[in-house]
Write a new protein. Structure first.
Length: 326
């Protein structure tokens, strides 16, 4: 088992919320360089200034990237290459909760899948192709409790069922249609979010089979952390009913955790050994917080689903951005 070093980290979506808190914890864990991303230079620089103020560490660099714009991801990857510092910990934290109205990006991808997965796939593949991930790098991508299928109002898609019903059994075609916002016919924001995060778990499993020995990737749910801005685009029920309930519920009910506790899950998973890769870690079934554990639901372990999702993401990224390095 190779030792995981703590020299350089890159955190997406780090201008607020869990990404911001994770950056603070990385600095306190003695990382020598923590690169934070924002969608504009102004927001990233302002976040870096606040990070220095709150952590007392002068280890932060900024990187501009809009994960919903393929050109922006390409430019960000090129900038990382120019800086030529291998990344020991890649934290793919950025994402959003779907709102009342379905949003399709200019690239033709449903925005929840785009921000949580497609942009991260493009960025990760680019860094791998440029040999910018350290030999013992750890990759963690943000998952969600919703992907389990036992959270009210959040039901992930039955991809094999959709494939049989509408695509002649072709799971790749079915996944691509879902990613484009074309399936299923009735848009439900909670289900869209749950499906996107299930896709994230499948993606981590598929990527793990493609990484060099010594590198690992895992999907990690931070759990319910209602004090972040993750629900800024959420529907009325999520924002005005569920989140307030989670915030006010007694701690013994396990419905919410602090931002610090939620972000700490990412760092915990970053120190797992080489033998732990391609897994999805979340709270115990039907819980929203607590000690993370490996999820063993059947829909997370289906290799056919994982490989179909990987192929669908690869095809989508090629269509909108051209091929990324292998």
């Amino acid at each position: 088992m190779s030792a995981h070093t703590h020299d350089s980290a890159l955190v997406t979506g780090a201008t607020s919320g869990l990404g911001f808190e994770a950056a603070i914890q990385l600095a306190r864990a003695d990382y020598e360089k923590v690169t934070i991303t924002g969608r504009s230079e102004e927001s990233a620089t302002a976040a870096a200034d606040r990070l220095v103020e709150q952590s007392g560490a002068h280890v932060f660099e900024t990187l501009v990237v809009d994960l919903n714009r393929p050109v922006s991801v390409q430019e960000a990857a090129a900038e990382v290459v120019n800086r030529s510092t291998p990344i020991d910990f890649l934290l793919l934290n950025a994402g959003m909760v779907a709102g009342n109205e379905q949003i399709i990006t200019s690239s033709g991808v449903e925005i929840t899948v785009s921000s949580s997965l497609v942009g991260h796939h493009q960025l990760t593949k680019s860094l791998l192709g440029a040999d910018l991930l350290a030999p013992n790098a750890r990759i963690v991508i943000a998952g969600s409790e919703a992907a389990r299928g036992d959270v009210p109002m959040f039901q992930p898609l039955d991809l094999p069922g959709l494939a049989e019903q509408s695509f002649g059994g072709d799971r790749v075609a079915a996944a691509r249609a879902v990613m484009a916002g074309a399936e299923p016919p009735k848009y439900k924001p909670g289900n869209t979010y749950a499906t996107a995060k299930m896709f994230v778990a499948w993606w981590a499993a598929a990527l793990s089979r493609r990484l060099p020995d010594g590198m690992t990737v895992n999907a990690v749910s931070p759990g319910s952390a209602p004090d972040t801005q993750a629900d800024r685009n959420a529907n009325f029920m999520m924002k005005k009913v569920m989140m307030p309930i989670f915030k006010r519920a007694p701690k013994r009910f396990g419905l919410s955790a602090t931002t610090e506790q939620a972000a700490a899950r990412y760092l915990e998973a970053s120190d797992y050994g080489d033998e732990v890769s391609g897994e999805f870690f979340a709270s115990p079934p039907k819980k929203m917080t607590g000690q993370i554990e490996r999820m063993q639901h059947d829909h997370f372990g289906d290799i056919d689903n994982q490989e179909a999702l990987w192929a669908a993401v690869e095809q989508t990224v090629t269509d909108i951005a051209g091929p990324t390095p292998a």
